[in-house]
Design a protein around this ligand. Sequence first.
Ligand code: ZN
Ligand code: ZN
Length: 343
Amino acid sequence: MNATGAALHLYDGVDFTSLTWLEHKWVDWYIYMGNPVIATGLMSFLLHEIVYFGRCIPWIFVDAIPYFRRWKLQPTKIPTAAEQWECTKMVLFSHATVELPAIWLFHPVADSIGMATYQVPFPSWQTMAPQILLFFVFEDTFHFLGMYGSPHTYYAFSLEVPIAHSALHRGVLYKHIHKVHHTYPAPFGLAAEFAHPAEVFILGAGTIIGPLIYCYLTQNLHIFTVYVWITLRLFQAVDAHSGYGTYFPWSLHNIIPFWAGADHHDFHHMAFSNNFATSFRWWDWLFGTDTKYRAFRKKVKATKAAMKGATSAQLLEVEKKLQNAAEAEGAAEEALVVKSAAF
Ligand SMILES: [Zn+2]
Ligand SMILES: [Zn+2]
């Protein structure tokens, strides 16, 4: 029996008449590939590439169109085409060297802990939605601990999270790993995964460990749910680095106040400190790692309010001055962190 014939047996007993269009395509793919490991590995890698770069493309256009500058968080810092291309090359390199092998390994690991992959039908949205919400909370917490990771956070939760010790914003780990991601004080979409390969691996783990633990404990998870989660997580990461967002009237942060949004992470890049979480604002608020950020926002607002009758050019000039001061303060802090590294 050939591979396709063997794959057909994966679907013994399945009622094809009740499947949706997408579920039919899913079955076709697994039968066509003939090997679930290769089928899942390839699909996972392609999904990541298509969603990541697909989500970056609109932001490249937004950066190229002056009309959108009114919503740019650091309006005088527009990435050049050369900068974006350099960034893309580095991102592609880490996708090929770190993400491809990691994604390929994912199928055997997922399979061994009981995750559904080739199976149809997919779970209902009522099953998927709470699972995805849980993965968002897990990833956000993991990232916060990894970025902030002081003993304060560590003992407060008494969690055996080894990553919390890595504290990417301190000493050696910052100097040799996380500094790469801080290359751009004014980030743009493509810079979301611009990072040292070790960081790509560590923080990618935050995205995938949540679903793996959940699946191991409940034996109730379909890889399709994981794909929806990864798609949303990539949207979140690219949008957070876009340099636009919270000032948009339709920004998610304006609907869900604890959603971090772009200006939360944009400040992290601009001022080097504060705002260590990814999706939500609660950890930074709880641990006081957003005080500088909130003071800055307040200052910008108050300064602008005091300039009644000023032209938009004057307001822009003042905002630029305040941003430059915050960036200079951050650069000094960054220099101290680098200097504190043992090697
Ligand atoms: Zn950082
Ligand atoms: Zn970032």
